[in-house]
Write a protein of this length. Sequence first.
Lengths: 122, 153
Amino acid sequence: MRMMIVDDSSIIRNRIAQLANHPDLPRIDIVGMARHGGEAVSLFAQHRPDIVTMDLTMPEMDGIDCIKRLVLMSDNVRILVVSALGDKRTALQALMCGAHGYLHKPFTNSELVGSLRELMKD
Amino acid sequence: MTTELQENELRAFVDSVTHFFAHSSGDGADVRSAYLADPRSELPRFDYTGIIDVRGDWRGCLYFSAPRGMLSHLLLVTGEGTYSEEDHLDLVGEIANTFSGRARRELGEGLEISVPRRGRGMAIRASGATRPFVIPLTWRGYDAVVVVDLQIR
């Protein structure tokens, strides 16, 4: 599986990248890390990842707009939102735009690994 | 016309602070009673501050301010391998973002939050319309504050 990580925090990007090597997960290759939606769209076009983790509150292009763009570019991409936004309406909006899962920040290692496993099962 | 934050609304922020430390470090913070700050004087702060500007049904900002030691310790606990200046700034902003994002669970999407502004040694003044709430906390011996300076539109 090829994965792209989209988050404006380098700490979160690095943590997700590190956990992608977890032994409970199938092999994941990180093919791109983006700091905002605009960067994610161009990296996605270049590398065509199978799965994407997506923050929502980001500069330039936010996560919801980015999800809409990515699902137009690929029918198969599976997107896990990883966001601090805790209200149900935002989660529903993300899922309706094409995300496959929603994980709230702060997350534990096992929560992220579990969410990635679910994402890859689909 | 603006209205001050009510006690039940402040609770949403206190809960988000409590949840953050319990969930991300496995070790709860001692979150003490909030108090109203004097809007004419400089607000409390530590080495690093992450500020979230708020719009929508609310107006103002929220910030988290912490000493370098606390942030270094949190970087260690969360498994981050580097401790640069940028890492500390990134973390203080991400924590402020997490507090405000979780508060939307109670307050709804009308609490529109910005991406974090982050800085070191920033002097911060209240917006002036109402008195800001200060939420003091201690985690593993380090003191920090969350300040909620919001008015309902």
